[in-house]
Structures are given as structure tokens and as C-alpha cells.
Unconditional design. Structure first.
Length: 501
């Protein structure tokens, strides 16, 4: 699928379809006025029939409009012009795409620039947002070994801008959108794979493929179980000990051309399957625990975006691949392990495994002297209870980092809500025989888990994103690719000289 940004004469374009806006009470957009004038008022006379009024999501397809070279003109109702929001644009695009998919349209020109969602740099955001929404609505879950590929005809999508001055900004938005989409799509695809294909070794191969593809910017180091043992990553090793598929931690080192030597580390929970271990999970929906690697997938996707845009940053991406299984070699409730940090942990529940894998990964990244560390994890069912499926949990030991993440979240609509890291919850992790235990007594399970991690993140500015509710949707929709867009935006915002939009 190819996207183009252009400034053309809409009436002269030989395309399958032009998509234009119409606002409430039949108010014409600039593009619609233009086409109406070219057709000597043909559109005005058609609209007198009253088939469309301009309410959000209404559609009307016109064929053979006089003096217009395009085969079709699709009018899309957008509601009141000054009340357009991101969610109404989303609705409009979903309807439009479904219509274009039904009839076999190959190429289309959108003339959408008049949609104003009331943000600074509307041209940048409306363009980026539209492209990402189109990509989202066209994405389908890949079937394993299926020969019947769903064919989508739509392959050329152009955006028309009336102002030549807008082209520069729109082209940047296009470039960013395509890179972010590569990140989101890669994260979704890898997350949707079944756990017998996507295991920790598979994750490490994907990381190594990145190093081959982006030889100048990416180096990958794989930490296998032997290396983990040497490093003293005993909590991580304990989680992996019951599984035939051995743990692998993939460390992706991305260096863009920059004199900025600030290091940003992104650490993703990569449990390719979480059975719960000896503290086994109930059978219902256990298959969904293949998604327990969505944090690692998000980190992987974010690095793809960074490499594709050649961002002038230094980023360490860690995919903490591991499988939590039952076996005679499994770790048990009651075991005490010494983590890489030297702190000891009493395991009281083997299903609270994500924090054990992450604590050693978070200690491991200290060697890069990061100024910012963000971990991303499907960490607790309790976070789903607290915030539901639309909002990821945010925890941080830094006000600045927390503010920056919240800002990027608002810009992208990839929602987060900050929850507190209180001393009393930290105390709840008390163990009689070790420094801490891996579960607490509080019902605030998402906070307890974050507090556990905070014992291992004292040396740097750290944020934790609990994506248990947001990373996938139950049923056929699969992984959402969140929070790739949030992380990408956070990275873009780090590049001060990059304020092109
Ligand atoms: N991967 C799960 C968290 C999870 C559960 C994510 C449901 C998405 C949906 C995690 O490893 C886990 O099992 N957490 C336990 C912690 C508990 C034992 C303290 C949980 O949330 O029940
Ligand atoms: Mn678990
Ligand atoms: Zn888990």
C-alpha cells in the first residue's frame, strides 16, 4: 500500500474515488465546493434530494459527476465543523474504509484537511492520525499457514492539500505515521503468534533480524541461561526453570547519529506463555497467556520505528523472553532466590513471575547508565480491575518522566493513568526470611507489583507501564499494538531539534 501527499486539481485526477467532507446541515467543505463548481452545481442539485445531511458517519456515493475525472465521489458526513474530535474522525474513517473495502476500489484521494481537531499543528496530527487509523482498520490477524490471503484491493491512498505550505508538514506526518505503523503492526503480528511458535528463542531471532536489517544502527546481544547464571540473574532463571523452552533475554542496542549520549532503556516483559507455574492458573482463557509477551513486542515495535526514522537517540531495548511452566524442575512457592541486585526474594506465588523476570532485567540495564528506564508489562490482572481495557497503568519514581509520558499519551490518545507507589504498599512485601516476597497482602495488586519493581530501580529515573488490560482484546481481534504509539511519541518528544511539526 502506498501513500502520497499532494496538491492537485481534484477535478482532473483519474482515480477510483475522491473522499470529501460534508458538515452538518449540508455545509460544504472547500473540496466539496470546488467539485460542485467544476460540475456546474450538479452536486448541489443532487443534495437537494436530501439523501445526506452531514451527520457524523453518514455516507453518500456519487457516480459519474460531470466534469470530474474520478469514477466516484464519496461524501462523508462529519457533523458540526467546530465540534470534530479524534473519536469522531475515527468513526468517520472506519465507515469510509468499510465502504471502500466492500467495493473493489484500488486507489483513492482523501481531501480531509479541513477536519480540525483543535490541536496545535492540526495538519501534522490530522494527517498522521488518519494514516494510522486507515492502517488500523485494514489490519487483519494473520492466519497460520493459510493459503487464502485476504486480498485488500486498496493500494494507493493519496491526500490532497489545498495549501502548498502544508505539504512539508504533511510529508513529515506521513513519514512518522508509516514508521509508527511498522512498529505497531510488527508488535501486533508477533503478539498474535501462538506460544509454540513464538517462544523466547523465536523472540531472540526476531531481535537478531533487526540487527541484520539495520546494521549501521542496531547491535544485538543475546543473554542465554548460562550467561544469566553467571550474571546472578537467579530470579529470571527461576521463572524459566520449569520449561523446556529456555529463557533468552535479547538486548537490542540502537544508536542513531547523535551527539546526545543520554541513554533510554525500554524493558519489555516477554513471557511467551504464562501458565502460572506451580501456582497454576484456572483453565478458562489460559490460552490468552500467550499475550504475556506484549510488553516485549511493544519494545520491539518501538525500536523498529526508531530505526526506520533513524532517530538521533541511543536506545537499549530489552526483550525479557521466558516461559512459565510446570515441571519437576520448576521453581516453587517457598523458594528463596538471590536476585542480580543482591536482594533476596521469597517466592510465595509462582504466578507473580513477571516481576521476577523484570527485576533482574532492570538491574541488568544499570550497566548502560541509562538516564531513563521504562518497563512495559502485562503485569497484573489487578490493573485490569482498576483501569479496565482502555487505560494502561503508569507508575514512576520521577515527576518529570511521569509528566512526559502523560503528555505523549495525551498527544496520541494511547491512554495512561498514574497510580501511586506508596511506602505502606512497599512494606506489604515484607518476608520473614528474605529481603522481600514476590506478593503482598494488599488488594491493590497493580500497585504492589509496581512497588516490588521499585526495589530494583533506585539508580535511575524509571517508569512502569502495566498494559495487562490494554495490550490485547479477547476473541478474534487479538493484540492492539499498545503502547507502541505512546512510546514512539515519547521518543520523538525527546528530540528537541526535531520539533519540525
Ligand atoms: N500475566 C499475569 C497478569 C495478567 C493476568 C495479565 C490477566 C492479563 C490478564 C501475571 O503474571 C499474573 O499472573 N499476575 C498475577 C499476580 C498475583 C499472583 C499476585 C495476577 O494478576 O493475578
Ligand atoms: Mn503470572
Ligand atoms: Zn505473567
Amino acid at each position: 500500500m502506498k501513500f502520497f501527499i499532494k496538491n492537485c486539481h481534484l477535478d482532473q485526477e483519474k482515480t477510483d474515488c475522491i473522499v470529501v467532507n460534508i458538515f452538518d446541515s449540508c455545509r460544504f467543505s472547500t473540496a466539496l465546493h470546488y467539485l460542485d463548481r467544476c460540475s456546474n452545481g450538479h452536486i448541489t442539485s443532487l443534495l437537494k434530494l436530501g439523501d445526506i445531511t452531514g451527520k457524523t458517519g453518514e455516507l453518500l456515493m456519487l457516480y459519474h459527476v460531470p466534469n470530474i475525472s474520478a469514477k466516484r465521489v464519496l461524501l462523508v458526513g462529519c457533523g458540526e465543523k467546530d465540534k470534530i474530535t479524534r473519536s469522531s474522525v475515527n468513526k468517520i474513517l472506519k465507515k469510509t474504509i468499510n465502504m471502500l473495502k466492500k467495493i473493489s476500489i484500488k486507489n483513492v484521494i482523501y481531501s480531509f484537511t479541513e477536519l480540525n481537531i483543535n490541536v496545535k499543528n492540526n495538519i501534522y496530527w490530522i494527517t498522521r492520525f488518519t494514516i494510522l487509523a486507515i492502517k488500523k482498520f485494514l489490519h487483519t490477524v494473520i492466519k497460520i499457514n493459510s493459503s487464502c490471503k485476504k486480498s485488500i484491493n486498496l493500494n494507493i491512498i493519496s491526500f490532497n492539500f489545498f495549501e502548498k505550505n502544508d505539504l512539508f508538514t504533511a510529508k513529515i506526518a506521513l513519514k512518522h505515521a508509516l514508521a509508527i505503523d511498522s512498529g505497531i503492526t510488527s508488535a501486533k503480528n508477533i503478539s498474535n503468534l501462538p506460544p509454540n511458535i513464538c517462544n523466547p528463542l523465536y523472540l531472540s531471532y526476531q531481535a537478531q533480524k533487526l540487527a541484520q536489517k539495520y546494521q549501521d544502527n542496531i547491535k544485538v546481544e543475546i543473554i542465554d541461561i548460562e550467561k544469566m547464571k553467571k550474571l546472578g540473574m537467579n530470579a529470571y532463571v527461576a521463572v524459566g526453570s520449569g520449561a523446556k523452552n529456555k529463557p533468552f533475554m535479547s538486548v537490542i542496542k540502537y544508536t542513531g547519529n547523535s551527539n546526545n549520549n543520554k541513554v533510554i532503556a525500554l524493558v519489555g516483559k516477554g513471557l511467551t506463555f504464562d501458565s502460572g507455574g506451580i501456582s497454576i492458573k484456572p483453565a478458562s482463557n489460559m490460552h490468552e497467556m500467550k499475550y504475556d509477551m506484549c510488553g516485549a513486542a511493544a519494545v520491539y515495535g518501538t525500536l523498529i520505528m526508531a530505526a526506520q526514522l533513524n532517530l538521533p537517540l541511543t536506545i537499549i531495548g530489552v526483550l525479557s523472553g521466558c516461559e512459565n511452566m510446570l515441571g519437576s524442575n520448576s521453581f516453587r512457592p517457598g523458594d528463596v532466590v538471590t536476585t542480580m541486585s543482591g536482594q533476596t526474594v521469597e517466592i510465595l506465588n509462582t504466578d507473580a513471575e513477571g516481576r521476577l523476570v523484570l527485576c533482574d532485567s532492570l538491574t541488568y540495564v544499570e550497566r548502560f547508565f541509562p538516564s531513563i528506564v521504562i518497563d512495559v508489562a502485562t503485569l497484573t490482572g489487578a490493573c485490569v480491575t482498576a483501569l479496565g481495557e482502555s487505560i494502561s497503568g503508569l507508575f514512576s519514581n520521577s515527576e518529570d518522566l511521569s509528566r512526559e509520558l502523560k503528555y505523549a499519551s495525551q498527544e496520541t490518545d494511547d491512554k495512561v493513568w498514574r497510580l501511586p507507589l506508596l511506602e505502606e504498599y512497599k512494606k506489604g512485601l515484607h518476608s520473614p526470611i528474605a529481603n522481600i516476597s514476590n506478593i503482598g497482602s494488599s488488594k491493590a495488586g497493580a500497585i504492589t507489583a509496581a512497588c516490588f519493581l521499585s526495589y530494583f530501580t533506585k539508580k535511575y529515573n524509571w517508569a512502569h507501564l502495566d498494559i495487562a488490560g490494554t495490550a490485547w482484546k479477547s476473541g478474534s481481534k487479538g493484540a492492539t499494538g499498545r503502547p507502541v504509539e505512546l512510546l514512539c511519541q515519547f521518543l520523538l518528544n525527546q528530540i528537541k531539534e526535531y520539533k519540525l511539526y
